[in-house]
Design a protein. Structure first.
Length: 259
């Protein structure tokens, strides 16, 4: 069986970096906030904060993958285009899936809920080439969904009382003795629109522990007690972070400046 480990980075889509930075500065300054009375302004807040989590308002900026014990490869959108990196990944999956004697196994963290649906949706919207000269949505779906998929998050659900709550990357990483991330994926939007691409690469290097994690899982799964101890720790850490956040003073008279 051929194992392909995969992870993607996404950001909310803006026409220009200036547009993103203008909205970011307005949020940081309290001009735009989550509870604003104007739904248009409120929508600006949520697009910046959450737009990278859905393929309608977001796009793929990096695909990291590794085949078996090979080296990790990183397909960067800023070096070519989103269409090209999606096409390159599609071609890889199509080639590996074509070997009937060596089944394809796609592995990642939360890939059934996020990575693979996001890749499929963006590939469909951008109409990447799936045949000799055309785009076939059905063929696209088959090639991304027919291989075996092993989702590290889903595998650990029974050890977390069958709930996804608190079952994040850091909780699982710590439970298996791997270093944890110091930043969340949403920070990549700031790096991307500031063209600080090296920080995105550093983020993916810290996050892409899945090949080694999978090896540990195959040798021996952790106990439910150990996982839940780690989940409890990280839910507490994130709760402290939220409590430490302070809302900036809001000057509603300046809202029209960003509309």
């Amino acid at each position: 069986m051929t194992n392909v480990f995969v992870d993607i980075e996404t950001v909310p889509t803006y026409n220009t970096a200036e547009e993103f930075l203008k909205i970011k500065n307005a949020i940081d300054g309290g001009i735009i906030h989550r509870d604003h009375d104007d739904p248009v302004v409120k929508r600006m807040f949520w697009k910046k904060e959450m737009g990278g989590l859905n393929p309608i308002e977001g796009k793929v900026i990096m695909i990291t993958y590794q085949v078996n014990d090979g080296r990790p490869w990183r397909l960067a959108e800023w070096k070519s285009s989103e269409t090209r990196i999606l096409k390159e990944f599609y071609d890889l999956i199509t080639m590996l899936k074509g070997n009937k004697e060596d089944p394809l196994n796609i592995i990642g963290f939360n890939i059934t809920n996020f990575d693979l649906p996001f890749i499929f949706s963006r590939s469909q919207q951008l109409e990447i080439q799936t045949g000799s000269s055309n785009h076939d949505p059905l063929w696209l779906f088959k090639n991304f969904h027919n291989p075996t998929v092993q989702d590290i998050l889903q595998i650990h659900l029974p050890l977390n009382n069958w709930t996804r709550y608190g079952l994040n990357h850091n909780a699982v990483a710590q439970a298996y003795g791997f270093p944890t991330k110091t930043e969340r994926g949403t920070v990549n939007a700031d790096y991307y629109y500031s063209k600080d691409y090296e920080k995105i690469l550093k983020y993916t290097e810290d996050e892409f522990i899945y090949p080694e994690l999978y090896k540990k899982m195959k040798r021996k799964m952790i106990s439910a007690e150990k996982l839940q101890e780690s989940v409890h720790y990280w839910t507490g850490q994130y709760r402290l972070e939220r409590e430490a956040e302070t809302e900036p003073e809001i000057d509603l008279n300046t809202v029209t400046k960003i509309k």
